[in-house]
Design a protein around this ligand. Structure first.
Ligand SMILES: Cc1cc2nc3c(=O)[nH]c(=O)nc-3n(C[C@H](O)[C@H](O)[C@H](O)COP(=O)(O)OP(=O)(O)OC[C@H]3O[C@@H](n4cnc5c(N)ncnc54)[C@H](O)[C@@H]3O)c2cc1C
Length: 416
């Protein structure tokens, strides 16, 4: 197959090439066969019946769980100046196999990056050590609540938009009460980062704190696994905190938790776009195979001009997403001032273009595109989820225009 949409622009380091090779072996030998051998498995409504433990164990053996974990605790050390780019390359490869499983692993990398920057050393030692010893150990990042997430992403910095989840400090313990929903890994994580209001008189940027909350803390209840349209192997969940007490030192950032979360959000958006392009790569691969095999009008489909044009459009979209993603990931790695808006752009652009690629894949497969056992409809479902994750496309566009024109675009984002 033609070598298109490769995130390798010829500048990958030996380390990145080796990691990608390892990841590709995991995807081709373990993940893809798992997904393809039983396409009904992701639709089982008992979440425990979906993934088998071997999937995470094999990922662990391949070193794919420990990206972002400090080397001192046994993690894979990534070169600092190219870390976001490496995250992107590996996330895309994983998502080529299955985006839900990719999300499971990527969520851990993102939370690890946040913890290594904010958690007290004692907590890092305790939790990173456990993480490295337990292949089924997952982490989650709990921002969204029933009253909405967009206000957080803008952010709408007014007390009336504060989180409903509250945390109060008393006698050396924080007591957390509230509900978080739509949380990646939420159903089966062992460790949660939780955002809560700690000052009702201040806006979100001054009155939000973040906490480390282990799953077995009394008062933490995992109340549901959401049945999502795509990324179903990720087990998105809802968590209720009812008089949930954690020691005072479990606070990660006090007051300015949203400001301190940039280390999570920036590479996070790069990884969202990367997972999305992984879906597009898989859809393209399958479509190219199909149009070279299926015969209509006495010729394989690719020999029909209208089909060839669609394939060209798919390839062009993938190349364009890959180019912007590479550019944005480099900006994050080199801490350029426009890194935030470039990562938003990459995420939004990927969300629309990859969904369009998957729509083309559906159309080119004819009726087979709609059949569960063929798997093309899965790409379409998986890509649709990316319109919402880490801020909706509209909210992301507000953030972009606001960073370009801070004085005139401010009103879109509420009071500062
Ligand atoms: C698969 C999946 C995984 C997720 N994982 C996580 C996770 O791990 N952790 C986490 O905390 N959250 C997670 N989320 C939540 C996600 O971040 C939110 O769903 C998303 O940010 C949108 O928030 P909302 O659902 O509350 O919609 P709302 O904020 O209610 O938005 C609804 C609509 O209103 C629009 N809107 C909102 N405000 C404005 C405005 N001021 N001006 C104009 N239009 C506006 C939005 O663009 C959208 O179209 C996940 C969501 C999904 C689907």
């Amino acid at each position: 197959m033609a070598d298109v949409f490769d995130l390798d622009d010829g500048s990958l380091t030996d380390e990145q090439v080796a990691m990608r090779q390892t990841c590709r072996r995991y995807v081709d030998n373990v993940l893809r066969p798992f997904v393809r051998n039983d396409r009904e498995r992701e639709w089982r409504f008992e979440p425990e019946q979906r993934l088998t433990p071997e999937l995470l164990e094999e990922a662990d053996r391949a070193g794919l769980r420990s990206l972002g974990i400090p080397e001192a605790y046994g993690g894979v050390a990534l070169a600092e100046g190219t870390e976001a780019q490496t995250f992107a390359i590996i996330a895309a490869e994983l998502a080529r196999g299955d985006v839900g499983v990719a999300d499971k692993l990527v969520q851990n990398w993102k939370v690890a990056v946040l913890l290594r920057s904010l958690a007290a050393e004692r907590l890092q030692e305790e939790w990173f050590t456990r993480y490295m010893n337990e292949p089924q150990f997952l982490m989650a990042h709990c921002l969204t609540e029933p009253r909405g997430a967009s206000d957080r992403w803008l952010p709408y910095n007014s007390p009336k938009a504060n989180m409903d989840t509250k945390a109060v400090l008393e006698d050396g313990f924080w007591t957390i009460d509230g509900r978080k929903q739509f949380i990646s890994n939420g159903y089966d994580a062992s460790l949660y980062v939780v955002y809560a209001n700690t000052d009702d008189s201040a806006g979100m940027l001054q009155g939000t704190s973040s906490f480390l909350v282990p799953r077995d803390t009394p008062g933490l209840h995992v109340t549901r696994c959401n049945e999502t349209i795509g990324g179903r192997y990720m087990n998105n969940g809802e968590i209720v905190f009812d008089n949930c007490r954690v020691p005072e030192d479990h606070v990660l950032a006090r007051g300015d938790a949203l400001g301190k979360a940039g280390v999570y959000f920036r590479p996070g958006k790069i990884m969202q776009a990367a997972k999305n392009i992984g879906i597009g790569m898989a859809a393209f691969e399958d479509t190219v195979a199909f149009v070279h095999d299926r015969v209509q009008g006495g010729r394989v489909l690719i020999e029909h001009q209208a089909v060839a044009v669609r394939v060209a459009e798919m390839a062009t979209k993938l190349e364009a997403v890959a180019a912007l993603l590479r550019h944005a990931a480099k900006a994050v790695d080199s801490r350029r001032s426009n890194a935030d808006s470039l990562s938003d752009m990459a995420k939004v652009f990927a969300a629309h273009e990859i969904l369009a690629v998957c729509t083309q894949a559906m159309e080119l497969h004819g009726g087979y595109g709609a059949m569960l056992e063929v798997g093309i409809e899965k790409y379409f479902r998986d890509a649709s989820v990316y319109l919402h994750m880490d801020a909706t496309t509209d909210i992301s566009n507000f953030r972009i225009v606001k960073s370009l024109f801070p004085n005139t675009a401010g009103t879109y984002a509420g009071p500062e």
